[in-house]
Design a protein around this ligand. Structure first.
Ligand SMILES: [Zn+2]
Ligand SMILES: [Zn+2]
Ligand SMILES: [Zn+2]
Length: 386
């Protein structure tokens, strides 16, 4: 890689100002004038500082445990068989009267709303974090009414089918429902950003068991996203390329951190993963917004997501997780520097004092090792027998 030089942290830096940690990882600590890139103890490498090339966020990779003790805790009571229908679950088919009137349903055909027969159903959240309040949006003020839209995407009529175990086509309907609600909400000029997200299991913040994801549309761009946009723009101005496109090219070439991929999407564990098995899913085609995705891309995303969640459940014992979409603010012009994506965090432990105080995360499993583990343990029986 003759386009690289050695940056201040010892990580090779591309001309664009984007650190490119591939291939030279093993050399990088020797040249570091500041923080040691790796910490040695008794001649053994115990931990390693890594910096995310896009956000600049530092993490400590401290592989002091093997993969096995850290995973596999996802069994227990949560894996008991569940019935397909639960009488008092507001999201089960047949219980439509227990939710506010639906705003979208897919798969029911022309039948009347708020009846059974749907495959995916979207309803306003009964206990919204934000609401369409009188007085409208005042995002510039320190204190403003919590204006926004909070909706639940009920992903299946069956109480006991989770993503990773969905019937064929079901995940494609879920992704399509996200897209259609996104398009509809984008027409509201008071809204600036839509956060799509999924919390799986109580440990990851889910209060109801029935498979669902959520969206919150806000009258402002949240700080996490704003930072990502700003950093991406800086990289773009310095080097003329979208930094996500560069990372995607690099991960594809290196292949060590890839979990799975298809023609349109690549799922990999990022170089500076904040937690074991943090996974990013990037579209190969550069677009800033999920709302610019094509129909084949959404079908393709659904296939990757369904398979990724199946692999994680199999390899890690059905862990709790969160995932969310990062996408351009609503009604942005096409942005050459930003690239929409999905970030997934299986939950093993919680961010504690050090992480909250410093913003530096300690990850106990090296991303390369984590990716290899998921690839091997997440294989289907059919693949394993080959
Ligand atoms: Zn249910
Ligand atoms: Zn890009
Ligand atoms: Zn992101």
């Amino acid at each position: 890689m003759n386009c690289c030089s050695t940056g201040q942290s010892g990580v090779p830096v591309r001309e664009a100002g984007l650190p490119v940690p591939e291939q030279k990882e093993s050399l990088s600590f020797t040249a570091s004038p500041g923080l040691p890139h790796r910490i040695f103890h008794g001649g053994a490498c115990l931990s390693e500082f890594r910096r995310d090339p896009i956000s600049g966020r530092r993490v400590i990779i401290a592989p002091q445990r093997s993969v096995r003790p850290a995973v596999g805790s996802g069994g227990g009571e949560r894996r008991r068989p569940r019935p397909a229908y639960v009488k008092d679950c507001p999201f089960c088919a047949g219980n439509e009267q227990m939710t506010p009137p639906e705003v979208l349903a897919l798969g029911r055909g022309g039948a009347a709303p708020d009846r059974a027969g749907w495959k995916v159903r979207v309803v306003p959240n009964l206990y919204p974090a934000v609401a369409a309040a009188p007085g409208g949006a005042s995002p510039g003020r320190a204190r403003a009414s919590g204006y926004g839209v909070h909706e639940v995407l009920i992903e299946t009529p069956a109480h006991n089918r989770q993503p990773g175990n969905f019937p064929p086509q079901q995940m494609a309907l879920v992704v399509e429902a996200c897209y259609r609600r996104g398009q509809a909400l984008a027409e509201n000029p008071a809204l600036r950003y839509i956060q799509f997200y999924r919390n799986y299991r109580r440990e990851a913040g889910a209060s109801l068991e029935h498979p669902h994801s959520q969206l919150i549309a806000l009258p402002f761009v949240p700080s996490e996203l704003r930072r990502e946009l700003e950093r991406s723009q800086q990289h773009y101005l310095a080097g003329g390329r979208c930094p996500f496109c560069l990372v995607l090219e690099q991960e594809s070439r290196l292949a060590r951190r890839i979990v799975l991929q298809n023609d349109s999407f690549c799922a990999f564990i990022p170089y500076a993963a904040r937690s074991p098995f943090e996974t990013w899913v990037l579209p190969r085609r550069h677009r800033a917004s999920f709302l610019e995705s094509s129909v084949p891309e959404r079908v393709s995303l659904a296939a990757v997501l369904e398979e990724l969640l199946r692999m994680l459940a199999q390899a890690l014992g059905d862990p709790p997780y969160n995932y969310y979409l990062h996408t351009a603010p609503l009604r942005s012009a096409p942005l050459p520097y930003y690239h929409w994506h999905l970030e997934l965090h299986p939950r093993f432990g919680i961010a504690a004092g050090f992480e909250l105080g410093s913003g530096v995360f300690i990850n106990e499993i090296a991303p390369e090792e984590a990716a290899r583990f998921i690839r091997e343990k997440g294989k289907t029986d059919h693949e394993q027998s080959r």
